[in-house]
Design a protein around this ligand. Structure first.
Ligand code: GLY
Length: 538
């Protein structure tokens, strides 16, 4: 079973499983197919995370192939760029300076080598076909092109510096219609080059050379050394915690996903949520919002790349800390924003997701991204290679919110070689030591709340997976101090939340979840209908 946000990528994974490949082989095939069919969300110019559970030895695999800041990065580089060129596109967001060193090619190749059974060429085959022969685009792709066109209209200088996306995807403003084919010959050639030469060609060969040349020509600071030095990190200890009768395995820093999930669920564990949900649904949402506010306040203050500053993982994920925060939550009111999270820590103390289960019970969950739609818009034309804008996930300028409205501390400031804090949350839930739910999503900080919403809907409220996906979702990220829904919620929720002092946003936004439920030996895959993905399974 494969659940991804592209039906073509899900089918690419199933093709590999049918050929006898395992979940890791399929994961590589899905990832490369996503690079072709979801270029607005992810691609080999991006990075990501993976968590897997192998029944043999009950082994947990964690892989961090997040992008890292170029060696020439400095904390003030974006503030200085804005000062030098006022009125130009936000430099951490659009163009050559927004690009961090991509990790997807290295991440997938290393995973294949360590846990897969097939060659890089074999798992690349479906993606090469999709790039060469084309595939019909859907509404999500068209919506992303409309958004990108608005950026080009606002900043016409990007048409020259970021021409590949403008020419290939935006087609100078004549957008494709739903069902029209997208063919990407340059990208097909790149994938064929990887298949023939291996992943090293991306980091030390002609692809890296072309990328650095183009990047420097347009004001970027990437160097050949950045590519030669890029390393996948397979040594991060997962965040593992219990929630009621389940065990949750989640992503550690530089993702904030695992810590935020643990902190929120540890708080919620103090309440009889299933009963409160049945009797007083607005009160259940109030507790949920208050718990998220604590977790996001701590995210803003304490989280970043653990290689650059110690992260108080133990304290933030401790049951006692969650219980203390829960004890202090007022059932009738929300509190002053400054009182959320741990103000003092003791000394000891965008995107695309897929889930795969193979015939042997190997489970893989992985989230990858180029950050916002079509990443930085900057691309290497001759390779059809669109680059991420992951530098915007840093606190690029002190006190200035990033594109997701997240204001963050110096711990997540720009530094050479550092990985920006992420919200990507590949998650596996176990019961009695066996996986029962795989999930994760896209949507910046809304990934965390979307994973929480679906997890609670399944675990606490007993909803079937498809209902758990479609029920209205609630999100709060501490700052801005507003509750967000993805669609109109029942009026008793909004009345109950407003009465407790919450400010409700008019904006409707949420993450996009992919999930697989494992129940009585049966696999149920579900793709969030909000993006048009589709699971594929036998
Ligand atoms: N690029 C969005 C995230 O990693 O959270």
């Amino acid at each position: 079973m494969v659940a991804s946000d592209s039906e073509f990528a899900s089918r690419a994974g199933l093709e590999i499983l049918r050929q006898g490949g395992n979940a890791f082989d399929a994961a590589a095939a899905v990832s490369f197919a996503l690079a072709v069919t979801r270029p607005q969300s992810t691609g080999i110019g991006g990075g990501g995370f993976l968590i897997a559970w192998k029944p043999a030895g009950e082994e947990i695999v964690v892989s961090d192939f997040r992008e890292s800041a170029p060696a020439a990065s400095t904390p003030l580089m974006y503030a200085q760029a804005v000062k030098r060129h006022p009125g130009t596109p936000t430099p951490s967001r659009y163009g050559a300076l927004a690009v961090a060193v991509p990790g997807i090619v290295a991440g997938r190749a290393e995973m294949l080598h360590s846990h897969g059974t097939m060659s890089l060429a074999e798992v690349l085959a479906p993606a090469i076909r999709l790039a060469r022969d084309g595939f019909p685009v859907d509404q999500h792709y068209i919506d992303a092109c409309v958004s990108a066109l608005e950026i080009y209209d606002q900043y016409p200088s990007l048409i020259e510096s970021c021409n590949y996306v403008y020419r290939t995807h935006i087609r100078s403003g004549i957008l494709r219609k739903q069902g029209e084919d997208l063919v990407q010959p340059e990208l097909a050639h790149l994938l064929e080059t990887l298949a023939a030469n291996g992943a090293s060609v991306f980091y030390k060969g002609p692809i890296a050379e072309a990328l650095v040349r183009a990047n420097n020509r347009h004001g970027g600071i990437l160097s050949k050394g950045d590519f030669a030095d890029y390393r996948v990190r397979n040594d991060r200890p997962p965040v593992v915690f219990s929630y009621r009768h389940h065990t949750v395995i989640a992503m550690p820093p530089p993702s904030s996903g695992g810590i935020c999930l643990a902190e929120t669920l540890n708080i919620l564990e103090s309440f009889d949520l299933p009963k409160i949900h049945a009797d007083k649904p607005a009160l259940a949402r109030h507790y949920f919002v208050e718990a998220m506010k604590h977790a996001f306040a701590d995210r803003a203050r304490w989280l970043g790349d653990p290689d650059f500053a110690p992260i108080p993982v133990g304290l933030l994920t401790a049951k006692g800390y969650g219980q203390q925060l829960a004890f202090d939550i007022d059932a009738d009111h929300c509190s002053d924003p400054e009182t959320y999270g741990a103000v003092q820590i003791p000394d000891d103390a965008g995107t695309s997701h897929f889930c795969i289960v193979d015939q042997w019970g190997n489970c893989v969950v992985s989230t990858e991204t180029v950050n916002t739609e079509f990443g930085s818009l900057f691309a290497v034309d001759e390779w059809g290679l669109i680059l991420n804008n992951e530098m915007d996930d840093f606190a690029a300028e002190a006190g200035v919110a990033n594109i997701y409205g997240l204001v963050q501390s110096k711990r997540n400031g720009v530094e050479a070689g550092k990985r920006p804090l992420s919200s990507m949350s590949p998650t596996i839930v176990l019961k009695d030591g066996k996986p029962v739910l795989l999930l994760g999503g896209s949507g910046g900080p809304r990934i965390i709340s979307s994973v929480l919403n679906v997890l609670l809907n399944v675990v606490d409220f007993g909803m079937p997976l498809q209902d758990a996906m479609t029920t209205p979702r609630i999100h709060h990220q501490w700052q801005p101090d507003q509750v967000f829904f993805d669609k109109a919620p029942p009026s008793n929720w909004t009345i109950g939340l407003t009465a407790r002092g919450h400010k409700l946003s008019e904006q409707c936004k949420t993450g996009i979840i992919q999930a697989i439920l494992i129940q009585n030996g049966e696999l149920t895959g579900a793709s969030d209908p909000r993006k048009g993905g589709r699971p594929a399974g036998d």
